[in-house]
Design a protein around this ligand. Structure first.
Ligand SMILES: O=C(O)C(=O)C[C@H](O)C(=O)CO
Ligand code: ZN
Length: 278
């Protein structure tokens, strides 16, 4: 199992990146590859983000030289949300049925993690985030209706959306991972505007539920040096702790966010006054 390694970036360097360099460092282009585990390892807080798409075979997470361990979750925890057809995750022999939009938190120490689809014609697509973990917390199945919904935004500002918190203190324990899914209503295009940073945590956004010609302009950079990355359906983007992360779509969309770092306080954000954006 090969990991796509991304090193960490300093904001003073990043402001000189070309479009191509920004994409090379921060964009995760191919999240879902049929019958593959496709993972990116970022040195920003050592998060791993990516997709697992079992179609005609089962897929198993493995340890590797990059992780320096015998099995993947020896020193890590993992969150998974299924955005495809119904699937199953088998943890040390125990099966968890993960239907579309359901999630699973998997605690450190779980040796065998196997992903399966219920129907190869409508394969499961497990989007996963993993962070290093100091302690074993219990595995928790998080069906969509168990996620904590938070409604935000106004029609006038084109940002009516519901944030479903999956891996969040209101739902389950975790060491440092937070994870959830934000669903924008039709005619809403903006997420997180006014924008924010949180130097205490890095974040990865994974955009989906988009048509072939829909795009999200994902904003990043320091508030006075903003840049954008044009995102297509089922692509993810790494946001360093110093970077704002916000997007506007040509149509409404859904995204999964995952964070790790110093704390798990979802509301611990430094909001950026609109007039400070450059
Ligand atoms: O729509 C939003 O606003 C979000 O989903 C915000 C992200 O969850 C986030 O950036 C949390 O820090
Ligand atoms: Zn954030």
């Amino acid at each position: 199992m090969e990991l796509d390694i991304r090193y960490a970036n300093h904001p003073d360097d990043t402001k000189y990146y070309t479009t191509e360099e920004l994409r090379e460092h921060f964009l995760i282009e191919d999240v879902f590859v049929e019958d593959e585990i496709s993972l990116t390892y970022s040195h920003q807080d050592r998060i791993i983000a990516g997709g697992v798409m079992p179609v005609n075979k089962e897929l198993q997470l493995e340890g590797s030289k990059d992780l320096g361990v015998d099995f993947f979750l020896q020193g890590r925890e993992l969150g998974a949300i299924n955005i495809g057809g119904d699937g199953v995750i088998v943890l040390d022999g125990k099966e968890y049925e993960i239907k579309s939009r359901d999630g699973l938190y998997v605690g450190r120490g779980t040796k065998e993690v196997i992903f399966k689809s219920a129907d190869p014609k409508n394969p499961a697509k497990f989007y996963v985030n993993s962070a290093s973990a100091h302690k074993e917390y219990p595995t928790v199945q998080i069906e969509f209706d168990k996620a904590n919904p938070v409604k935000l935004g106004e029609a006038e500002t084109m940002n009516v959306r519901t944030i479903y918190q999956y891996v969040h203190p209101a739902v389950c324990e975790s060491c440092q991972l937070s994870m959830g899914m934000t669903v924008l209503e039709p005619q809403s295009a903006w997420n997180t505007m006014p924008s924010h940073t949180h130097e205490r945590r890095m974040e990865v956004y994974f955009y989906f539920d988009m048509g072939e010609n829909d795009k999200v302009f994902h904003m990043m950079g320091q508030p006075n040096e903003t840049r954008h990355i044009v995102m297509s359906n089922e692509q993810a983007v790494i946001s360093p702790s110093w970077s704002l992360h916000s997007g506007v779509g040509t149509k409404n969309y859904t995204f999964i966010w995952g964070m790790c770092g110093e704390n798990k306080e979802f509301t611990d954000m430094d909001h950026i006054p609109m007039n400070d954006l450059k």
